[in-house]
Write a protein that binds this ligand. Structure first.
Ligand code: MG
Length: 252
């Protein structure tokens, strides 16, 4: 389904859901200390989500059905890591948390990477540059923006930072379902691609590496990791396009 122009009521629901999502991600990040397991982070996510009145969007999604409410991806894992009681966070890890919320039937999607304790300068730069790329993409948004305008703004920041850009996974429309058309790649040419309109809601999500673009899929059929074993980072917001700009929905 191509992402639709949302009604005022639908946008209001996504605003609430997005705020819940951002609140939960902030709580998880605080809990993400050395010694915590990724399963503990997922348990916090579902408990806080239910306390705030939202429902999880990831559990049961896809084929095979994603088994949890939160994706937790560490170091060379790019996205879609499955929470496990056996996976323990260590000082210096890059932890990427990706969360989807349903509120009054509307879906929001958001992610961020953080570092456990302290890390190398390179790891810190990877995380900071990937976040900067997300905001560069967001800053292009207004009615009439083309997907290639977003993509090229993201690419410029990531390439400028000397990072690899993951190509196999992309941003997307969101709202009535978790993944709506069009795809929003993290590389491309300005002035190309579909035109987006005010009232559409999209998820922009740069995924970058300290190595190449190439990724592999684990035997669990979900965990995506860098083919060369390099570190990866991931940031994502759900954003409403407005006549003259945008509104980030997945923030507090
Ligand atoms: Mg997404």
């Amino acid at each position: 389904m191509y992402t639709k122009i949302k009604t005022d009521d639908e946008i209001a629901a996504m605003r609430v859901g997005g705020r819940i999502l951002a609140t939960v991600l902030a709580i998880i990040e605080k809990a993400g200390e050395a010694g915590a397991t990724t399963k503990e982070l997922a348990t916090i996510a579902i408990n806080e989500l239910e306390r705030l009145g939202g429902k999880p969007a990831f559990r049961g999604y896809g084929q095979p059905p994603f088994p949890d409410v939160l994706c937790v991806s560490i170091n060379d894992e790019v996205v879609h890591g499955i929470p496990r009681i056996s996976t323990v966070l260590r000082k210096g890890d890059i932890v990427s948390i990706d969360f989807g919320v349903i509120y009054e039937g509307m879906v929001t999607d958001g992610a961020r990477s953080f570092i456990v304790g302290d890390a190398t300068k390179q790891a810190k730069q990877l995380v900071a540059t990937t976040e900067k790329a997300l905001y560069a993409g967001i800053d292009t948004l207004k009615a009439g923006v083309r997907v290639g305008d977003i993509a090229s703004a993201i690419q410029k920041v990531l390439t400028g930072g000397g990072l690899g850009i993951v190509r196999d996974l992309v941003g997307h429309g969101v709202g009535h379902s978790l993944h709506e058309e069009p795809d929003i790649p993290n590389y491309g040419f300005g002035g190309s691609g579909p035109v987006l309109q005010a009232g559409m809601t999209i998820a922009i999500e740069p995924m970058a590496t300290l190595g190449t673009h190439a990724v592999t899929l684990d035997d669990d059929q979900w965990t995506v990791r860098t083919a060369d074993g390099s570190l990866a980072a991931h940031f994502e917001h759900t954003i409403l396009i407005t006549p003259r700009g945008y509104e980030i929905l997945t923030q507090i």
